[in-house]
Every structure is written in C-alpha cells, then in structure tokens.
Design a protein around this ligand. Structure first.
Ligand code: N01
Length: 574
C-alpha cells in the first residue's frame, strides 16, 4: 500500500523536493510559466504536497520559448507582473513600458529563485497522459520519461499559445536552408547577416520581428495572407517618477485592473463614437494613437461592439498605414479589409509598416495565390520560387486547446478530453469540465484570460483553485466536478457574450480558424475579467454551485479499501 503523503512540504533548502516514488501527491501542476509557478507557490503555501512538470529546460513558459528578435509583451510591464507579493512588486523595477522577452524571462527566473519554486519541477519532461481512476478518485499522470505519479488533483497551466504550428506546406522537409518558428526560437539566436529571409505570417510575432530581422538580413520577403491592424506601442524607457507612483499606489491600481474588462489600468472613454463631433472624434483617436497599444481600442465605448463605430476606428488606423508606407500600392495591400479592428488580437509594433519602405523588404500577397510549396531553395508562390536562406515561420499556434489535447487526458468511464471536446471545448468557468473530476485548467477555454492581462488572470484562477482545494480539505471532500447543466449554461453564456461583440467576424485563433479542421468555436469568455471574477467568487461563496462535490467514494458509492491510496494530504488535513 502506498504510503500516505505528509501535506506539509519540506523546508525550502533548494535542490529538488519530490515526494518519494509511489506516494500519492495532492496535486500535479503541468507547466512552469506564469500560471504553473504561481500554482506551485500557492499550493505549497497552503500545505499541499505536489509535483510540477515542464517540457522546457527551465521556467518561463511563453517567455522561455518566444525568443525571436523584437519579442515583447503588448501589456505594460508594471501591469504584466505578479501582484501576490507586495515585496516582489516593490523590489522589482521594470525598465521599459513594454517589457522585452529577456527582461520578462529574467523576471520569471527571479520569481522562481526568490520563492524557491524550481525544486518542485521536473524539467525537460512532457506529461503524456493523465488518467482518472474513479474507484479511488485518483489521477495517474505519466511522463515521456516513463514516470508515473498518482495525484488527487491535476492543475494544467500549459498556456494558451504554447503549441506552435507550422502549416502543412508541401515540401517542408526538402528545404536545404534553415527553418525556424518564432514560438520555438533557438536559444543561441539566429544570425541573419547577409541572409535572404522568408517571413511567413503577419500576426503579432511576424509584425514584431520583421523590423529587427530586416535590419540585419540582406533581404526579407514577407508572405502575407491577411493584413493585420497594428498600433504603435510607443515603447519607451520607464520614467522613474512614474515607476515610483505605480509602486506607491500598486494596491489601488491592481484593484482597478481586477474590476476592469481587460485586466489592466487602461480606462475606456465611456462615450459613443457617434456622440461627439467629427473633430472631437479625430482628436480622441489621435490622443489614443499617441498613447499607443491597446489604449486605442478604448477611445470610445462602442468600438468593440458596433460595426459602424468600429469602421471609423479602422479607417483612422488605415490612414496611419497609408501615411507610413511610401508606396501606395504596398500600403493598400497592408490595409486590413476583411475583419473589424480588434476582432483579431490587435498587434502592437515598433516600426512595422515603415519597414516596408526599405529597398530590401518585399511584400508578397498569398491570399489569392497561396504558398504552393516549399522547395529546396525557397518558397513557391504562383509558380515562382522566392529563393531564400532562412524561413521564419511566424505562423502561430494551435491556441487554447492545442497543448491540453496533446496530452491523453481520460476522465470518468475512460472518456478522453479529445472525444469530449471534438466539437469544441466545453468547460464550466474555464476551470473544470464535466466528466473530469479534480482536473483544473488555468486560463482554460471559457475563461477571459487571453482577452486580458494574462498574469492577472492566472493569479485569479490559481487563487480560486487553491481556495477550492482548501474547502474540500476542510469539508473532508474528495472530488469536485463540473455539472453538465452548469457547463452547458456557461458555454451558452460564453457564446452570448461573444455575440455581443465583433469577435466572431474575424478568422482568428480565438475561433480556431487558423488550424484547418479545428471546430469553429469562440473559445475565450468575452464578458470581461471583472464580471468573470465576480461570478467565480459567487460560485465559491455559494459552496461551489454548478460543481458536484463528493466525499471519498462518494460518486461510486464505494468505500475506499485498504489498498486504495487513502488518506492523502488533501484529506488528512495539514
Ligand atoms: O500568430 P497569429 P502570432 N499561409 O496566429 C499566417 C500572442 N502574441 O504568433 O491571418 C500563409 O496571430 C496567418 O495568416 P491568417 C498574441 O495574443 C503576442 O503572430 O491566418 N500564412 C497569420 O498572419 C497573438 O495574437 C505578442 O490569414 C499563414 C500568421 O501566420 C498570438 O500570440 C507577440 C498560413 C499567424 O499569426 C499569436 O500571434 C506575439 C498559411 N498556410 C504573439 N498559416 C505580443 O505582442 C498561418 N499563416 C505580446
């Protein structure tokens, strides 16, 4: 019989802290990005025994992998950071308005060191499956190293944009040059000096990387399928005075962000675009444009919900594109026409459009004439091979569900998550899914995470999950599972919220539209993080309405036998 696991973790002495083989742990956390690190910290603080697994060589998640030139966050650094520790937010000083990947990675590494989180993780290890045994209310998690860990709870923190995707272009394997994906950038970097480069994809990653690649390369050919709206980030070094102000008022600012729609301190101008004169409208757009980044879409309250209002904003940005690009024909090809502004995640750039004024940068439209194949020497479009030495795939991710479904997750009755989500993900609050007891998804589909400041979102999810585990422990309960009716109602609510916006009018990764064959379902919750938080809090305060809670053996009606892995930390108390 496996030994019971003490719920209180060992002393913080460095090294690893993995419970002995055969023990049942309270929780397995998958992923060592912002979500997984905070989950480990909170679970440990509250006395739960745990293991963490991470496929990368170290902590960082998104910011471990996305090392391409120009990689930078589109949320301001003072906001895109943890709020759980007052000491941490006081002692860390950001240098730029929008943090670059190296600074973000250094921050995450600092957090891991400061709170001694690495020792709970096994790195370079992929979780391949998680199988629930409903007789004993226990998950078995298996890794690609062949290790099996039994656990009461599984907390997935695998990221929404972590499953990078190269389209299935014919001839991919034939290319004799170098091919890299922005989301799996080589750690040693790529030297583009003297190289002819193909950049495929003009989403955030392509838009951020182009200006820097162009500075170094001999020539860049940009293959664009859909032009995107991009707003200048107006990035700049942070003013020490501003940093002092933020640090002084952090509690207030964070509280404001938690109540907001997008999880940030950006204030929406609560006025309809039609309620002001043309002159005022222009002045407001201009002011927001100068502020840079996402603030633009908050210039008026109806830009994200009213197509006619949105068209005015789109026209303003289109004019900016025309002003930035010297060749009118090229400019016209860069102006988005097939989706409302903001219905795809708006890009935040530094000199993207101006880069097309360089003689050594060329735009190739692959909407009407798609990429036919990759040849040994380049990219073939419309019968012509564009010869290159390097191909940069900025082609995005199998977003939100890709990394979850890459694991073989099996719940009650052997039902796989892949089967359950075959027609699109179904969750209750984005936190749990019926048929999969004790499985939590941090930033899961059905949550607003990707439409918001994701660090704030992960803190809220993890806090909710850890409170829930404490509740179960205190009440002597073994399982929590979303009820089908609550899940159905939540999925309907997620759809209703999206229908009140313009989000569904674009072929975006929010809808899975970028992955051939993926069900077209709007996956994030577009009701805002403030409203979502209230709902999650109300559910918890009400004894977890919409979830079914059960004592050990409660759903099967069987009492745990001597041979079952009872008691474990979660039930034994700590
Ligand atoms: O990926 P994307 P991304 N032939 O899916 C094109 C976050 N992020 O990595 O639009 C030709 O947006 C595709 O074309 P189309 C942010 O949330 C943030 O750039 O599908 N082209 C598109 O142009 C962002 O939204 C930052 O027609 C093909 C591009 O590849 C999310 O990550 C930085 C193609 C993919 O764009 C994803 O951004 C980076 C094909 N067969 C990322 N298939 C920050 O600023 C795809 N494309 C924080």
């Amino acid at each position: 019989m496996p030994e019971a696991v003490p719920a209180v973790p060992g002393p913080a002495t460095g090294g690893t802290d993995h419970p002995a083989p055969g023990k049942v742990v309270d929780a397995v956390v998958i992923g060592a990005g912002f979500g997984g690190l905070y989950a480990i910290h909170q679970l440990r603080t509250h006395g739960f025994s745990l293991r963490g697994f991470e496929v990368a060589g170290d902590v960082g998640g998104t910011w471990y992998w996305n090392r391409y030139p120009g990689a930078r966050c589109d949320i301001e650094s003072v906001e895109y950071s943890y709020s759980f520790s007052e000491e941490l937010q006081q002692e860390w000083t950001w240098t730029q308005r929008y943090p670059e990947q190296p600074e973000l990675l250094a921050y995450i590494q600092h957090v891991a060191d400061r709170f001694d989180l690495r020792r709970h993780f096994t790195f370079e290890t992929r979780v391949t499956s998680a199988v629930f045994d409903e007789e004993i209310d226990c998950w078995t998690v298996t890794t690609d190293a062949g290790e099996q860990v039994r656990t009461r709870f599984v907390v997935t923190a695998v990221g929404c944009l972590s499953s990078s995707r190269v389209p299935d272009f014919p001839g991919l394997d034939r290319f004799r040059g170098r091919a890299v994906h922005t989301g799996r950038w080589p750690h040693e970097g790529v030297d583009f000096t003297g190289q002819r480069v193909a950049l495929i994809g003009t989403g955030s990653s392509g838009i951020q990387s182009l200006p820097l690649i162009a500075e170094q390369a001999a020539h860049v050919t940009v293959f664009q399928r859909t032009p995107n709206f991009s707003i200048s980030g107006a990035n700049q070094p942070l003013d020490p005075e501003q940093v002092r102000d933020v640090k002084e008022h952090y509690a207030e600012y964070r509280a404001q962000a938690r109540r907001s729609f997008g999880g940030s301190m950006i204030r929406t101008n609560r006025v309809s675009v039609f309620a002001v004169s043309e002159e005022e409208r222009r002045a407001q757009f201009e002011a927001r444009w100068t502020m840079g980044g996402f603030a633009f879409m908050a210039a008026f309250e109806d830009l994200g919900t009213d197509l006619a209002a949105n068209a005015l904003a789109a026209e303003f940005v289109s004019e900016k594109i025309r002003q930035a690009v010297a060749d009118p024909a090229v400019a016209e090809r860069l102006v988005p026409t097939d989706h409302p502004i903001g219905s795809k995640r708006i890009c935040v750039d530094t000199g993207y459009f101006e880069t097309f004024n360089r003689d050594d940068v060329r735009l190739v439209d692959v909407k009407q004439t798609p990429i036919e194949e990759i040849t040994e020497t380049g990219v073939k479009v419309d019968g012509r091979v564009h010869e290159v030495d390097v191909i940069v795939f900025a082609t995005g991710f199998d977003a939100m569900t890709g990394s979850l479904l890459a694991m073989d997750i099996r719940g009650r009755g052997g039902l796989t998550l892949r089967e359950k989500w075959a027609a699109g993900p179904r969750t209750y609050l984005g936190l749990g899914t019926a048929g999969f007891p004790n499985l939590f998804t941090v930033t899961g589909p059905g949550s607003p995470a990707v439409l918001s400041n994701v660090v704030l979102a992960v803190e809220q999810h993890v806090d909710w999950i850890v409170d829930c585990l404490e509740y179960l422990r205190d009440e002597g309960l073994a399982t929590i599972e979303a009820e089908v009716e609550a899940e159905d109602a939540w999925v309907d609510h997620v759809n209703d919220a999206a229908d009140r916006t313009l989000y569904k009018q674009a072929n975006s990764w929010y809808l899975g539209a970028n992955v051939p064959g993926k069900p077209r379902v709007f996956m994030p919750y577009a009701g805002g993080v403030g409203r979502y938080r209230k709902r999650c809090d109300a559910v918890a305060a009400d004894g977890y309405t919409g979830f079914r809670l059960a004592p050990p053996g409660g759903l099967t009606g069987t009492e745990p036998s001597e041979a079952d892995p009872q008691p474990v930390g979660i039930l034994a108390g700590s």
